[in-house]
Design a binder for this molecule. Sequence first.
Ligand code: 13P
Length: 258
Amino acid sequence: MPHINRKPFVGGNWKMNTNATDGLALVEAVADGIGNDSVDVAVYPPFVYLRDIASKAQGSNLVVGAQDCWYEAKGAFTGEVSTEMLTDCRVGSVLTGHSERRHVIGESDELVNLKTKAGIAAGLVTVLCVGETLDQREAGQTDAVNETQIRSGLADVGEGSLGLVVIAYEPVWAIGTGKTATPEDAQNAHATIRALIALMYSQQAANAIRIIYGGSMKPGNANELMAMPDIDGGLIGGAALTPGDFLAIIQAGAAQTA
Ligand code: 13P
């Protein structure tokens, strides 16, 4: 049986999109549409809308998450947002190491590790994002890049904390480009990541951890991607901004559990 009873996880990363009005309408449509809780669903709006959106989602099965966090509790960190501030706003999840933060903003593996540990310490479902660039892929470095980013991202994270961790494999060349990894290529990367978790922790930890795919996932390809035995859901960018598309992807996740 595929997926060894792992509950699918589908996240919608809104990136720097929406406004106050559109964001509330989007979260309302998603919260109303997700139905039963056979899939864990989260949305990641921009920081400034989190509090209102989390209030709107209260009472639904939808988790509201942040796209980033800082790792110190408070202090002189101009422009940053702590995990305490997030939980204070009823935020339940956080992304760390998204490729846009690594490659556009310039975050290091060490910083991603500090943020990942802060997310876990705050009890947030912490989605550690990893993935190779096109150059790295063409140089045959996909597995090596994922290994480096996972080993450093999870440095000093104990097995007992892994229940709060989701790994998102997002090949950088597939993000926002309309190019999707083939289900077979994505499956290979996911299986290699799972084997790495077995090596770093245990087979039990590897069997339990959710590894989700991101990069131009759409209603038209979500089924075949999520049908792969080691693909436990998706992290969705563009298609998460349209309720119908996002809900269809959630449905594709739910179909894996039927
Ligand atoms: P797209 O779905 O727009 O390719 O974005 C993927 C992503 O980066 C999600 O975090």
